[in-house]
Ligand binder design. Structure first.
Ligand SMILES: C[S@@+](CC[C@H](N)C(=O)[O-])C[C@H]1O[C@@H](n2cnc3c(N)ncnc32)[C@H](O)[C@@H]1O
Length: 239
């Protein structure tokens, strides 16, 4: 599905969110940099990061805007070749040769040893990715497996169910009607934008997703709701 909408994906993301998605990824990137800053002194090698469901790379680029991300050794994976190709193109156009990113087509739910070793990443990120996993528990177990001890996961996801009740009467019709209609019209794929709306609304959010992360053995799980609860960033540690 993401393959079909890849060419209009970035434009629609920014247009349908009125550009607020840039702010959401910036906040997630700041959390990544905080984790790096508070752990960099214990490290003698580069800081290893995995961005899952990287898509066209917007979370990745928000992170790489920080100068100290030059110290990162980044792997970015996505299920769709077309999304990864667009991310690679953006990376090349931005002339970021000082940074290291290994772009790969891979299924985050199924990646396994030896290619994706256990305890190999200091930080694992995903923006609007995990709700698309065909097996959420297996995907989260894999994220936990690949994190090093002391490592952190940063997940940004829709949390439509948790929107502040005052704003629900505005956001829900917007998600139910406007997004599928305009998204479908521009991408020429009504099914995809109908899926986007439905998956955003049905994804377990807030305390529910905190418990899911705790069940997946993440510790110190915290949630940071943004834009009246429309999206939430979740962080958790492996200890
Ligand atoms: C909504 S896009 C998010 C892209 C990007 N992270 C962003 O912030 O815009 C979701 C992406 O998840 C990818 N995806 C879905 N299931 C996946 C899986 N099992 N493993 C890796 N990527 C997956 C899709 O191919 C798609 O590119």
């Amino acid at each position: 599905m993401f393959d079909k909408i890849s060419t209009t994906y970035d434009f629609l993301n920014h247009a349908l969110s009125f550009g607020i998605d840039i702010h959401w990824r910036r906040v997630a990137a700041a959390l990544v940099m905080d984790h790096y800053e508070s752990n960099k002194n214990n490290k003698c090698s580069k800081f290893s990061m995995l961005d899952i469901a990287t898509g066209t790379g917007d979370l990745l680029f928000a992170i790489l805007k920080n100068k100290s991300a030059i110290e990162f050794n980044v792997t970015a994976i996505d299920l769709e070749t077309s999304m990864i190709e667009l991310a690679k193109k953006k990376f090349a156009n931005r002339r970021m040769s000082d940074f290291f990113v290994d772009f790969r087509v891979a299924d985050a739910v199924a990646v396994a040893d030896p290619e994706y070793k256990s305890e190999s990443f200091d930080i694992i990120t995903s923006a609007f990715g995990v709700r698309n996993f065909y097996d959420l528990d297996r995907g989260l177990a894999n994220i936990h497996r690949m994190l090093k001890m002391g490592g952190q996961v940063v997940i940004l996801e829709f949390s439509a169910e948790g929107i502040n009740p005052i704003f629900k009467p505005f956001f829900i019709p917007y998600l139910n009607f406007f997004v599928p209609f305009v998204g479908g019209l521009i991408s020429k794929d009504f099914k995809a934008y109908d899926y986007l709306n439905k998956s955003a609304r049905s994804f377990p959010c807030g305390e529910k997703f905190v418990s899911i992360l705790e069940k997946a053995n993440f510790l110190d799980v915290k949630m940071i709701p943004l834009t009246f609860g429309l999206v939430t960033i979740y962080i958790g540690k492996k200890r």
